[in-house]
Design a protein around this ligand. Sequence first.
Ligand SMILES: Nc1ncnc2c1ncn2[C@@H]1O[C@H](COP(=O)(O)OP(=O)(O)OP(=O)(O)O)[C@@H](O)[C@H]1O
Ligand SMILES: [Mg+2]
Length: 362
Amino acid sequence: MRHRQTGLGNTRVGITNSDGHAIGVDIGSTAVRVAIVSHGTHDGRPSASVHGMAQEYLPSGVVVNGVVTDQAAVTRALKALWAYNKFECRNVIVGVTNHQVLVRDLTVPLLPEDQMAKALPYQAREVVPFPMDQALIDFTPFADQDPDSGTVTGLLIASPKAPIVAAVSAVEKAGLHVARVDLSTFAALRSIAHEDMAVEAVVDIGAHLTSIIVHTNGIPKVVRTLVRGGHELTERLVERANLSVGDAEQAKREHGLSGRNREVSDVLTEGLKGLMAEIRGSIHYFNTMNPGVTLERISLTGGTSWMPGFAEAVSDHLGIEAGVVEPLQHVRNRWSNKDIQAPEVLRSGTAVSLGLAMGAAA
Ligand SMILES: Nc1ncnc2c1ncn2[C@@H]1O[C@H](COP(=O)(O)OP(=O)(O)OP(=O)(O)O)[C@@H](O)[C@H]1O
Ligand SMILES: [Mg+2]
């Protein structure tokens, strides 16, 4: 599996800390999550071990659609996490995502590195849908280039600058050093993608955002971030089934799409139509761009993926095997520190923080 990370806002601070630990920080709309990982080898192959995982819930409205809108609240949550868990290391890798993030293939003239850096914004301007002076961009050439072609093809990543600056600032005010900014979608790919799965979709369905990534052997081919998730399902249950927010949340988790409560599953099925259509659209786009290549599986993660009956519904709707994937599948010594919080509390939300830390080896 090839690992990738964006160069959006890299600094000179060491990616790993002096004790060899890499720390991933995922700022989601419901919680800030942290994963601490060390990298080594096992049976001659690269391996990762988890040394700590923790999360601090965030009040609603602090992070909206992937964007930090209340920096002080995120800073407080991070300080609380560090203090409570007695984390000592301070160099962190921060995940970012928002619905304007653009990831796509780009072919540009082959130039010396310094000239390439200058020319890239002009090349990217053709495809990036927001002003370049407000954008952070990164370009990673693919391997296996034809040196005689005079061009180089790679993956262009572009994000508006403001949400990245807001996230980095909130983290640094907590006394932490942002060693790297990575795309949350790539982090989920790293921790969720199956090593033996050549063509797979990884779908992270959170509270506000859903990210979809279709990869072939770890290389992202389709990357999309949608403003859709579990929050809108709860709101729909409140409106249509006349439930309080607390009861709607509970009904979603307890009954979901299982059919045990007909009214609940009908409202949720209706509410998921848009998301299902978007997943189908992404897969259709992949199929169009990669004729003859068959998608083998849809791997689900994020809190909403745990909804009863959800994986079956995705599978039925798309006619492709779908299942919730355990983010800890690729790591060893899972609970080397017995004091860390129970895996059940963390399992749905660990994919991004873990994948961010795993990326430190890349
Ligand atoms: N067992 C469950 N069944 C149904 N929904 C669940 C379950 N557990 C969590 N959720 C939902 O998952 C969502 C939270 O998911 P997650 O923790 O992945 O989001 P987040 O990372 O904080 O937010 P985002 O990535 O959207 O910014 C909430 O809408 C919550 O209601
Ligand atoms: Mg999330």
